[in-house]
Design a protein around this ligand. Structure first.
Ligand SMILES: [Zn+2]
Length: 289
């Protein structure tokens, strides 16, 4: 078990010295990604501390406070600073500007970790801008807890293509990618997330999420006390026929109305739409929300 520190850069959005603002706000998104990185480091069995600082009297003071927090931990393996990049606001041109990871020195283990993070983010579609040497950044200097130090510029918050990709993949996937890059290995998804919802040989995970289903329908929660498999059985037997929504990404009525080819094929047979989405629709990029 190793120890990590993670922080979102800059002051909190709304405070002085918050981060860049483009199509989204750096200080909002970096904190969400920070939380996801911590979640996945912990899921892999490690200890991870949040060293984010929300306010300060100057940009430099915020960095000083962050470093004080970072250095209060001992025997740390790696310190991870989460940022979003920004340049000049640019409209969609089909090119994702992408990710870069900054290190004090491009030789040594910091750079190896940084490179792995770039490669993991590239898997999500973020162009790999590479590992960059930055000896001027305060947060990469004067760390005394024994850890390696990386600063991840996840994507450009002011590039429409980057922002669209961010919306598509989501905070959780970015956090997981960074955590896997830092660890240098895949993180098995926890059992609650991998619980496959199989019905007649079809995996219904895309249209069914027990937590979502129970939250949306109090009658289900009352009847099955949150039991995932019992909730799923209800969904298979009644829920789909009743047109209930079982996950945030699939609303059967939206799906039915949007695709006339499916409507022609399935008519009022609602379960057929759920099955189609799981088997073909999702892979075809069809949307049901
Ligand atoms: Zn920043």
């Amino acid at each position: 078990m190793a120890v990590y520190t993670v922080h979102g850069g800059h002051a909190k959005q709304g405070n002085k010295y918050s981060g860049a603002v483009g199509f989204c706000s750096e200080s909002v998104v970096d904190r969400a990604i920070c939380a996801a990185v911590i979640k996945y480091l912990k899921a892999a069995g490690h200890t991870a501390y949040d060293c984010t600082v929300d306010s300060g009297i100057s940009q430099g003071n915020i960095i000083t406070q962050i470093k004080k927090k970072i250095n209060s931990y001992k025997n740390v393996t790696c310190n991870i600073s989460i940022h979003l990049n920004a340049t000049t606001k640019s409209a969609a041109d089909g090119k994702v500007k992408g990710s870069e990871v900054l290190v004090y020195s491009t030789t040594g283990e910091d750079a190896l970790i940084a490179n792995r993070v770039c490669l993991e983010l590239k898997v999500l579609g973020f162009t790999n801008r590479g590992v960059k040497k930055r000896t001027d950044l305060g947060v990469l200097k004067g760390i005394t807890n024994g850890g390696k130090n990386i600063l991840v510029e996840c994507f450009f918050c002011d590039d429409q293509d980057d922002y669209n990709l961010f919306n598509k993949v989501g905070v959780d996937a970015i956090g997981k990618a960074i955590a896997m890059g830092v660890l240098g290995k895949a993180i098995p998804t926890s059992t609650s997330n991998t619980a496959k919802y199989l019905h007649n040989g079809v995996d219904y995970s895309a249209v069914f999420d027990a937590e979502f289903y129970n939250k949306t329908y109090p009658d289900i929660k009352t009847a099955f006390k949150g039991d995932a498999q019992k909730s799923f059985q209800h969904f298979c037997t009644y829920g789909m026929k009743e047109g209930r929504q079982g996950s945030k990404e699939f609303n059967v009525l939206v799906y039915k109305e949007r695709y006339s080819d499916l409507k022609a094929a399935f008519g009022q047979n609602l379960p057929a739409y759920y099955e189609h989405y799981c088997t073909f629709g999702k892979k075809e990029g069809r949307k049901a929300i």
